[in-house]
Write a protein that binds this ligand. Structure first.
Ligand SMILES: Cc1cc2nc3c(=O)[nH]c(=O)nc-3n(C[C@H](O)[C@H](O)[C@H](O)COP(=O)(O)OP(=O)(O)OC[C@H]3O[C@@H](n4cnc5c(N)ncnc54)[C@H](O)[C@@H]3O)c2cc1C
Length: 475
């Protein structure tokens, strides 16, 4: 398909031969993401500027060639997987931090900048970019904007969309548009910035991003709190939020994770190694970053609420380095799950915060019903849990049970007035279920927007709107 009318030759002229990958081994590396769904792209193209992206899209539009934008490929729903062949457009060479504006608290970046790199760069100016997906060491800002990524600090600071002031986007036609701008307020025309954030590469290719920053909090305390069971931990979360104290993160780990956390702590050289009593059945990591003397007062109050709700103990860490090693425990969970079962379905469901104890109970019931280990952890402060359904893909019974368990989870979440995705988006993996949450009229409105911006459906086709069940289940 891509050889049509010399498309490849034109692309090579635009980006240079060295930035067009055609060998199968190279292409294979760009055919999957963290969802484990995969498909072979016809080629991979790595432009270095908005102008190059524009020229590529003009050609692709003319020849009706599908284009799949890709950041780091850390997405959990197959969003960057090239399901219908075509071209993977990787933003890895568009990785410049263009300007940090100290006076207006903004930063202008290209989409391929890694989130953690951006955070460190602005921190050296005393500024803070709060969105902190656990993948921040490798995911890109472009991918974060395209998926609307969130992280532990969302409970206080919000998610990626709350920090995007403006975008440069290349439309399917190759036209380059600019949305928003560097003022704090703006009331001119439709809010196309919000439309693009979370559009998962289906409406345009994001080529520049203007982000809002805030002053870096001066101090942070981190509490590591083991509980006897998940219900006590979930009740403590509700208790903290009811007290009107807003921690900067409240992370939850369920009972199934405790042995993984303990063995990680045994193996790692990271210090400190917090005390985990034998009877621990759940852990909360709670971060507070208020200005003093409020920080001390709020920390004492949160400590008391945890104890009142059955905390086995509360260990506090007061400096950045110590806290970082505790955070590394939390970030190590996801990769360690393979010790329980070789495969997992990782769902990022979200419920209203007060319903968290109900969600925890529903997950336990689903695990029992389908006889599968299910591990939950995540951003309890905003009702967003990563529910990992673990299974052995070689065992047909377990594989089918895992799919059924996922459907039961979605049903439970929708009954609790929640959403099937708090962070990862729909992509390919959740496309069969979007109709469970969104009415036909709403979905039709979204599709009309898609058709008006991308009339030939060349941008990330097969995602969000197409219930691609067969593709997913055969994996
Ligand atoms: C261990 C681990 C932990 C994770 N933790 C979190 C978490 O805490 N919170 C969270 O939200 N997610 C998390 N994720 C998921 C993932 O990291 C995020 O979805 C992230 O935003 C994807 O970024 P990426 O650069 O890897 O994008 P990719 O996976 O490459 O792409 C994701 C989507 O964005 C589109 N896209 C990428 N770049 C552009 C662009 N420039 N223009 C238009 N569309 C584009 C792609 O087409 C695709 O649809 C985690 C993943 C892993 C593996």
């Amino acid at each position: 398909m891509v050889e049509k009318d010399g498309f490849l030759l034109k692309c090579a002229q635009i980006v240079g031969h060295q930035n067009l990958l055609l060998d199968p081994e190279d292409r294979l590396a760009y055919g999957f993401d963290a969802s484990r769904l995969e498909a072979m792209p016809a080629c991979v193209i790595m432009p270095s500027s908005s102008e190059e992206v524009s020229l590529i899209l003009k050609e692709a539009s003319r020849e009706r060639i599908p284009i799949y934008p890709r950041g780091a490929g850390s997405g959990m729903v197959g969003g960057a997987v090239p399901t219908e062949g075509g071209v993977v457009l990787s933003t890895e060479r568009m990785n410049r931090i263009i300007e940090i504006d100290d006076d207006n608290f903004t930063v202008l970046v290209e989409p391929g900048v890694v989130t953690g790199t951006l955070q460190r760069a602005v921190a050296s100016h005393g500024l803070f970019y709060p969105p902190d997906p656990s993948s921040l060491a490798f995911s890109t800002i472009g991918g974060n904007v395209a998926t609307g990524a969130g992280g532990p600090r969302a409970v206080k600071y919000g998610v990626t969309k709350d920090y995007v002031l403006g975008l440069e986007v290349v439309l399917a036609s190759g036209e380059i548009i600019k949305t928003g701008g560097s003022t704090v307020k703006r009331a001119v025309g439709y809010d196309l910035t919000r439309l693009m954030v979370g559009s998962e590469g289906t409406l345009g290719i994001i080529t520049k991003i203007l982000l809002r920053l805030i002053p870096m909090p001066k101090e942070r305390y981190l509490l590591f709190v083991p509980f006897r069971n998940e219900e006590d931990a979930a009740k403590a979360v509700v208790g903290i939020l009811k007290s009107r104290i807003l921690p900067s993160a409240i992370e939850f780990m369920d009972g199934a994770i405790i042995s993984l956390v303990s063995s990680y702590l045994r193996d790692t050289r990271e210090e400190p190694k917090p005390n985990i009593p034998d009877e621990t059945g759940s852990i909360l990591l709670i971060e507070l970053d208020d200005p003093q003397p409020l920080l001390d007062r709020n920390t004492d109050a949160v400590r008391q609420i945890c104890i009142d709700n059955g905390a086995l103990l509360v260990s506090a860490s007061y400096d950045e380095k110590e806290s970082e090693s505790l955070w590394s425990v939390r970030r190590a969970i996801s990769p360690s799950l393979a010790r329980i079962r070789p495969a997992k379905i990782n769902e990022d469901v979200v419920v209203p915060r007060s319903k968290l104890p109900h969600l925890v109970k529903a997950v336990q019931a689903i695990s029992k019903r389908f006889s599968l280990p299910i591990v939950s952890f995540g951003h309890a402060g905003d009702g967003n849990l990563h529910v990992n359904i673990l299974y052995n893909p070689e065992d047909e019974g377990e594989r089918k049970a895992a799919i059924k368990a996922t459907e039961s989870l979605f049903q439970a979440v929708i009954e609790l007035r929640g959403s099937i995705s708090g962070e990862h988006g729909i992509g390919l993996a959740k496309s069969p279920f979007i109709r469970w949450e969104i009415s036909p009229e709403t979905l039709e409105t979204m599709w009309r927007i898609k058709c008006s911006l991308d009339p030939y459906n060349i941008l990330n086709p097969g995602k969000i709107f197409v219930p691609n069940r067969a593709f997913i289940e055969k994996k």
